[in-house]
Write a new protein. Structure first.
Lengths: 308, 308
């Protein structure tokens, strides 16, 4: 694993994602440089300084401090909610050094790329879109862990404008935290995550919402058992975050939802016509695939197929 | 808790469900009598005798042994797959003592009641439909546990023909294993479990089946993470068992499926029109309900509201 050395890393949003990158680099990177955290106000990132996660805090609304923070930065990570990506990029665009590479941690990518093109204009070549796939049941800098990214996937969606060495710099940074870096187009990224993440969240929210709308909801909940518990664990996720993801990845999500509705209609037809053979065949296919997925290691990535 | 005393208990199908009843009664019941296990052949229940789960084994196809087994039985439990309930009841109907109470452990109830009416005819008053709600990730008599039913719900769906003391005998038996006994009609039972159990299984199978049918299934599975893992755990359930449940509870399941499809259509409309407020409101409702459900104890029952 190539060591990641840097003079200055600037992280916008020092929560679980940004804080864990800082802690992971501190623990593992060869020659770690200065890490600056930027928040809406200096106060909001002071806690991260106290905890030793970052070296220095800067406030987004302090023009001079922001310019100082960005001066000489090798890498900038935007780890704020996706909806803030465009205003943040617009704010830093005029302050970026020519050699600085900017990346992000947003859960959707086509919309982030569109935002970045609007906000960065001719500087778009400096932006390498990214998405670290890491759990987010807890949040905030207190939850940041140096090992959060070990054996986790980080997806990079390089743009045609990117030069290879900038993409590689971001890849090396993530690998230095123990992550496996994988590349795909932003459209492919959004399709994959609409399927394996965004759709299941919508389906899980919908089941709880359906039960809630019935007069015997309390009775139903009182008999809900282990299957319900697992199926609906993600229905306790952040409403704001999932609203934003659904809207940001609307097109891919609608396509998956429509496809799912078609699959469900075939299941419905098999149930209605008591076609036990068709049901059993579909259930058996799913069982084999789900079991093999688990046996391959479940949520651990299958290997590092990083940018070469 | 009233002690359950019996002279003879006969269990058809000594697997996880039937075996755990036997072990639970051995551990907890006041004056435990003889427990006889009946299987397709004597061999299949001999293992249960070896393990000390039951006292005696009988083969279903041995007329004399079956008659001896049933003679003087206080309670008979049918703990075989639902599809076998009707032939089993028809087989034992002519051999039942007048004071014997028969119950079952099937996951669906309306179809079991219809089967029982056909099989038992005028003896229907001796049948008290039941459903112990206990996990079934493992199966077989080796998996039987004396504490499987502690704090679990057992639903009884008494028939108009039942006399109160027969219902109470079955309730006392289950309570003796540590279970909470709750009563409802068979229609209500089937509606509740279609909603909180059968539908989520179908939805989970459908998601895996949808992904499997796409050309980039392997890529998608390789990025599936914790949300997918929990949502699809039940897609590794037994295809035969879930085929049978879907067909046995067809009407209630179709009603839930159609209602769910309507809820999903409203979610789809909110996503398509970028109605963030509607999405956030629905997600927030679900999150509150799911979180409260977990805080109330999740899969543990809310209390014993057993037959009085």
């Amino acid at each position: 694993m190539a060591a990641f050395s840097f003079n200055k890393l600037v992280i916008f949003g020092v929560g679980l994602i940004g804080g864990s990158l800082a802690r992971g680099l501190r623990k593992r990177a060869g020659a770690a440089g200065r890490i600056v955290g930027v928040g809406r106000s200096a106060r909001s990132v002071e806690r991260a300084v106290e905890l030793g996660v970052i070296d220095e805090a800067a406030a987004l609304d302090d023009d001079a401090a922001l310019a100082r923070a960005l001066q000489g930065a090798d890498v900038v990570l935007i780890a704020a909610p996706v909806a803030q990506t465009e205003p943040l990029l617009a704010r830093i665009a005029p302050l970026l050094d020519a050699h600085t590479v900017v990346t992000d941690a947003g859960s959707t990518k086509s919309d982030v790329v569109a935002s970045a093109r609007r906000a960065l204009g001719e500087r778009i070549a400096q932006f390498v879109p990214g998405h670290p796939i890491a759990g987010c049941e807890s949040s905030g800098v207190e939850a940041a862990l140096p090992d959060l990214y070990v054996d986790r996937n980080v997806v990079l969606c390089p743009l045609p404008e990117n030069v290879a060495q900038d993409v590689e710099r971001i890849a090396v940074m993530w690998r230095a935290t123990g992550a496996c870096v994988r590349q795909m187009s932003e459209a492919q990224h959004d399709r994959v995550f609409a399927s394996v993440s965004h759709l299941p969240h919508v389906l899980s929210f919908a089941l709880v919402d359906q039960i809630l709308a019935t007069p015997d909801a309390a009775l139903k909940f009182s008999f809900a058992a282990g299957g319900f518990r697992d199926f609906t664990r993600i229905a306790a996720s952040s409403p704001e975050m999932w609203r934003d993801i659904c809207l940001a990845n609307r097109d891919a999500l609608l396509a998956e939802l429509d496809d799912y509705t078609r699959v469900l209609a075939t299941f419905r037809a098999a149930i209605e016509t008591s076609d036990g053979a068709a049901l059993e065949a579909a259930f058996a296919r799913s069982r084999v695939a789900r079991t093999e997925w688990q046996e391959r290691g479940g949520i651990r990535p299958s290997g590092d197929i990083a940018a070469k």
